[in-house]
Design a protein around this ligand. Structure first.
Ligand code: 5GP
Length: 201
C-alpha cells in the first residue's frame, strides 16, 4: 500500500477554506490534523476536534520533547502540528491536510519537501473585504487589519505549488481534486504504476 500525501493548505481568513475543507473531508481518503494551541476555545469549539487546547507549560514541554512537526506563534498564541496527528495516518495511506499559516507552511517545506502546498486565494481583495463585512464577526478596524494581513499572505502565495481561487465553492473543490489527481499521475509518484505495467514483460 502506498503512503498518504501530506497536504499543506493555507488561506487568509474569509477565503472560504472551512467550507472547502468540509466538502473535501466527505472523501474518506483525507483527514485534517488537529493542532495544539495555547489559545482558549471560542464558543462552539470542542477540545480534540477543533484543536487540542493546552497550557503554555504543556506546549513548551511538547516542544522540548520534539512532539511537533512545526510550531509558530500567531497573534500572541502558540500553534503546533503534532507528529502524532500526521505520521501514523500517512503510514495508513490516508492523505493528511494541515490548515496552517504561511510561516508554519514554509517550515514544513524544509522538513517535508515531498509535501503538497496549496494556497487558497479570494477572487480579489475587495471581495475578501466584502465577505468579511458580510460575516459581521469583526469590527471595521479589525476587518481592515485582516484585509491587510491577507494581502501580505497572498503576496507569498507564489511559494506554494498550486493556487486555487475560491470564487465558486464547487469549482474550487473540483480544482482541488484535479490537483490531487494530477499529482498522483506525476512520474515521481507513479513508480508502482510502471511496475504494474511492466509486470511479466
Ligand atoms: P485561529 O486562532 O483563527 O484558529 O488560527 C490562527 C491561525 O493559525 C490560522 O491561520 C491557522 O491556519 C493557523 N494555525 C492553526 N493551527 C496551526 C498550526 O498547527 N501551526 C501553524 N503554523 N499555524 C496554525
Amino acid at each position: 500500500m502506498s503512503k498518504g500525501r501530506l497536504i499543506v493548505f493555507s488561506a487568509p481568513s474569509g477565503c472560504g477554506k472551512g467550507t472547502m475543507l468540509a466538502e473535501i473531508l466527505k472523501d474518506s481518503r483525507f483527514r485534517t490534523s488537529v493542532s495544539a494551541t495555547t489559545r482558549g476555545p471560542r464558543e462552539g469549539e470542542v477540545d480534540g476536534v477543533n484543536y487540542h487546547f493546552i497550557t503554555r507549560e504543556e506546549f513548551d514541554r511538547k516542544v522540548a520533547e520534539d512532539c511537533f512537526l512545526e510550531h509558530a506563534e500567531y497573534v500572541g498564541n502558540c500553534y503546533g502540528t503534532l507528529v502524532s496527528e500526521v505520521d501514523p495516518y500517512l503510514e495508513k495511506g490516508i492523505n493528511v491536510i494541515l490548515e496552517i499559516e504561511v510561516q508554519g507552511a514554509m517550515k514544513i517545506r524544509q522538513k517535508r519537501p515531498d509535501a503538497l502546498f496549496i494556497f487558497i486565494a479570494p477572487p480579489s481583495v475587495n471581495e475578501l473585504k466584502r465577505r468579511l463585512k458580510k460575516r459581521g464577526t469583526e469590527a471595521d478596524d479589525v476587518i481592515e487589519q485582516r484585509v491587510a494581513a491577507a494581502a501580505g499572505e497572498i503576496a507569498q502565495a507564489e511559494k506554494y505549488d498550486y493556487i486555487i481561487v475560491n470564487d465558486a465553492l464547487e469549482d474550487a473543490v473540483s480544482d482541488f481534486f484535479a490537483v490531487i489527481r494530477a499529482e498522483s499521475l506525476k512520474t515521481a509518484n507513479s513508480g508502482e504504476i510502471l511496475n504494474e505495467v511492466l509486470k511479466n514483460a
